[in-house]
Write a protein that binds this ligand. Structure first.
Ligand code: EPU
Length: 337
């Protein structure tokens, strides 16, 4: 394991933003982890654990140590007639995990196909798409305390997963390194077609769902049609979270915007932030080297050579205009450092 100094992070974040880290290290084994925890550079500096860099914005250079998780391996732990426990190491690419499960006909994460990033990052924000969240399949998370000490196994409850949220983003922020994630998947058909856009897509294309792969293929195609490929256009997926409001606020909004889309979910009402941003005239707009994606207004893009500060300025302008027009406050979904 080698520690590099003044390391260029532009290839390690899907926004493609140029920023330098004071120190940089890649972890390939659990032994590397133990070694790292003992190093002075690690103890004395601010730390960021990076997966695929698909949900992060470096607003400036990082005056600390960036640690990239490269721990690999996916295997079946145990199974019975109905369920199977599948464990993946944190450095695995999330899509490889999805492929492993759908190829074997296991149901649970097929709606989460093509989400960029790594397995280790998935519980931190409880990744979600097309009506499914990690929460629906998570069994446990294995993580090491960065202050040193034994590995801890977090049960589903202990992860405190919520909408794009977990204990690792709150009271345990920066305190644990996620080494592995185990899912409980179903061998029996368990399809989730609750997301309207997905159900409509299957119907329009006359796709009969017989296996989880039928769903993951469809989800992949929908995502490709809406979300820009970071290899072509720098981005970090949804830049903002959707907004949750109560009935009173919805009534007020409907007085002025009778076509406002909303989704009633578990006692609250979700307003798609993409719609709010589009209504403010931002969709497809370009401001210098940054802009708003033309097919999904929640996604901010780097047209090439942008700085993190330019993305932040755009984000702040969008927040201000949504506040002004709807009296709603958008909050970022990406981690800003
Ligand atoms: N909409 C617009 N204009 C837009 C975008 C969206 O009006 O430019 C409205 C439409 O009413 C549409 C609705 O928003 O029907 C929902 O759009 P979409 O299905 O694209 O989903 P989203 O709510 O905008 C969320 C996630 C995505 C995830 C999709 C699909 C968040 C912050 N984003 O977006 O996740 O892929 O649902 O499930 O929850 C990510 O987290 O990086 C991400 C891409």
């Amino acid at each position: 394991m080698t520690i590099e100094k003044n390391y260029d992070l532009s290839k390690l974040n899907t926004f493609g933003i140029k920023a330098n880290a004071k120190y940089f290290v890649e972890l390939k084994t659990e032994a590397d982890l133990v070694e790292l925890f003992g190093l002075q550079e690690f103890k004395d500096n601010k730390k960021i654990f990076l997966g695929g860099g698909s949900n992060i914005l470096f607003a400036k250079d990082f005056d600390g140590i960036v640690i990239v998780n490269k721990l690999k391996g996916i295997n079946v732990l145990e199974e019975d007639n109905e369920n199977v426990l599948v464990r993946a190491m944190g450095g695995e690419c999330w899509q490889d995990f999805v492929d492993f499960t759908v190829e074997r006909g296991y149901w649970g994460i097929e709606n989460l196909a093509l989400i960029p990033g790594t397995v280790g990052a998935s519980p931190i924000q409880n990744i979600g798409a097309y009506g499914t969240e990690l929460k629906d399949s998570l069994f446990n998370v294995e993580a090491f305390p960065i202050e040193g000490g034994e590995k801890k196994v977090f049960s589903l409850e202990e992860c405190e997963l919520g909408y794009r949220d977990s204990v690792f983003k709150n009271k345990l922020k920066g305190k644990y390194f996620i080494a592995a994630v185990t899912l409980k998947l179903s061998k029996k058909e368990k399809k989730n077609l609750s997301y309207k856009i997905l159900a409509e897509y299957l119907e329009q294309n006359k796709i009969e769902v017989k296996s989880p792969k039928d769903i993951s293929n469809a989800v992949a195609l929908i995502r490709k049609s809406k979300l820009p490929d970071p290899k072509v256009l720098g981005n970090a997926g949804s830049f903002f979270k959707n907004v949750f409001i109560d009935q009173d606020k919805l009534d007020k909004l409907q007085e002025n915007y009778k076509d406002i889309p909303f989704f009633k979910e578990e006692g609250t009402i979700k307003i798609p932030a993409g719609w709010l941003i589009e209504q403010c005239g931002w969709k497809g707009k370009r401001v210098g080297r940054v802009g708003v994606h033309d097919k999904q207004a929640l996604v901010l893009v780097n047209h090439g050579g942008a700085t993190g500060e330019e993305i932040m300025n755009l984000a702040n302008e969008i927040i201000a205009s949504v506040k002004d027009k709807f009296d709603l406050v958008l909050s970022p979904e990406v981690n800003i450092v």
